[in-house]
Design a protein. Structure first.
Length: 254
């Protein structure tokens, strides 16, 4: 299926590794020009060099998404470098944290970062023929029966879903679609589930047993969902949450 993304300009946060890096790969393969940010300069530079070697146009800058002013500067610089923006993917996240400070850090790194990014990008996306925002949430936002128990991660990711739904209604008159993707257990070698496999194999196997498709997800599964929602093939979809979890959630989707 031709997603019609060739020539589009896509901004992706947290794009130097993990799911964000694979999202960048998929958008590059679809013919997009890219604006990428991450906190670590070395891995971000490596991603830029590799993507450019495949023919992609890439603007990259180190950004801590908890710094709202830095996010706004990055959006403006990205639009200037690429001649505008068509797609924004809010992927950066501090992940699952513990302790009292985790609530503030999760709110800043997931919810505030997404809100500021969307607000800064709105004028640029409004000028696009097909402006789209995709935020990465989590099945932790939808299910309280998680191996890690109650954490700030699930609660704040649920707030991301709420804010994305509100933005979808608010931004629709400007022709901007806003959707979310909620991954379930996605295995990345140096990520959370890769660590669980090595350090807590009994938990790894227990969670795997709950996946009807019989396997953990791959970052490419998430990236494909993001690309679809960002594309003109999803031009009548806004305010939706696409769950990518191998059937783990037992609730009725609504």
């Amino acid at each position: 299926m031709d997603l019609g993304l060739t020539g589009r300009r896509a901004l992706i946060t947290g794009a130097s590794r993990g799911i964000g890096r694979v999202i960048a790969d998929v958008f590059a393969d679809e013919g997009c020009a890219l604006a990428l940010c991450a906190r670590t300069e070395g891995s971000l530079k490596a991603a830029r060099v590799e993507l450019e070697s495949r023919g992609a146009t890439v603007f990259a800058d180190t950004v801590d998404v908890t710094d709202s002013d830095a996010v706004r500067r990055f959006v403006a610089a990205s639009a200037d470098a690429l001649g505008g923006l068509d797609v924004v993917v809010s992927n950066a996240s501090p992940g699952s944290l513990k302790g009292d400070d985790s609530w503030v850090e999760s709110a800043r790194g997931d919810l505030q970062a997404f809100a500021v990014l969307a607000e800064a990008a709105q004028p640029h996306l409004a000028a696009s023929a097909q402006g789209a925002i995709v935020a990465i949430s989590s099945t932790s936002a939808l299910d309280v029966e998680m191996p890690s128990g109650p954490t700030s991660f699930g609660a704040i990711k649920a707030a991301v879903l709420h804010h994305a739904s509100a933005l979808a209604r608010a931004y629709a008159p400007a022709g901007i679609r806003v959707n979310t993707v909620s991954p379930g257990p996605i295995e990345i070698e140096d990520g959370a589930w890769g660590n669980v496999r090595r350090e807590r194999p009994e938990v790894y196997e227990h969670v795997k047993s709950k996946l009807p498709l019989g396997r953990y997800g791959d970052p490419a599964d998430v990236a494909a969902a993001v690309a679809f929602l960002a594309s003109f093939r999803a031009s009548f979809i806004t305010g939706a949450n696409l769950v990518v979890d191998g059937g783990m959630l037992s609730r009725v989707q609504h």
